[in-house]
Design a binder for this molecule. Structure first.
Ligand SMILES: N[C@@H](CCC(=O)N[C@@H](CS)C(=O)NCC(=O)O)C(=O)O
Length: 210
């Protein structure tokens, strides 16, 4: 049994699960993966076996249970400080935290009208939903701003891969599923994330459940 256990939902639809899974994989930490099926009559009961909130993802470590994606990412950043899951530079770190929090608490229109379906392809569907265009524009602005101000050292938002990239990875999936038009700089960034071997690994597991 590995030191860490991550409980996740169906890979194809669980955007919140993808985020900490990516962080753990990026760290190269061994972990046991437990899967719960979402959108089933007993999903809540199954989730409550692992998570006091009744939601996944959940990280279990040395008897500790952490039931929120961003809290899990923060915990991992503290467990592995040398890996700089947040940027080392204070201004970059504050910005990375702000955009991660913005993702965690916002973009409701995107979530409502463009639900995560990693393998699905529905070009244009939902793009006329109320607030969707504003959410898309704001996300593209965030990516361009981070890449311009802090991204010179590598292909990700703050150069090296970190929590902020993991937080936005499911958005990239949505942009591909619904064929969202993006400026070239955003497309480059999306490709850099989408072609990461760990993301390919996640995608390969997407057809396992519905
Ligand atoms: N704020 C939570 C959200 C977690 C969440 O909404 N998880 C969904 C799956 S992606 C869930 O467990 N849904 C089960 C349900 O609503 O019954 C986080 O960041 O982890």
């Amino acid at each position: 049994m590995a030191e860490f256990t991550l409980v996740i939902g169906d890979r194809n639809i669980s955007s919140w699960s993808l985020r900490p899974w990516l962080v753990l994989k990026h760290l190269g930490v061994a972990f046991d993966e437990v899967r719960v099926r979402l959108r089933q009559p007993d999903t809540r009961r199954q989730n409550l076996r692992h998570s006091p909130s009744g939601k996944v993802p959940v990280l279990k470590h040395n008897g500790l249970v952490i039931w929120d994606s961003l809290a899990i990412a923060e915990y991992l950043a503290e467990q592995f400080p040398a890996r700089h899951l947040w940027p080392a530079d204070a201004a970059a770190r504050a910005t990375a935290r702000a955009i991660s929090a913005e993702m965690h608490s916002g973009f409701q229109a995107l979530r409502t009208h463009l639900p995560t379906d990693i393998l699905g392809r529905f070009p244009g569907k939902g793009l006329d939903g109320e607030g969707v265009a504003l959410d898309i524009a704001r996300i593209q602005e965030i990516w361009q701003d981070a890449r311009t101000r802090f991204g010179a050292g590598g292909p990700f938002l703050f150069g090296a891969f970190g929590i902020a990239d993991a937080m936005y990875a499911p958005v990239i999936s949505r942009f591909l599923t619904y064929n969202v038009t993006c400026p070239p700089e955003c497309r480059d960034y999306m490709e850099n994330v989408w072609n990461m071997p760990v993301l390919q690994e996640w995608r390969h597991g997407c057809s396992e459940f519905g």
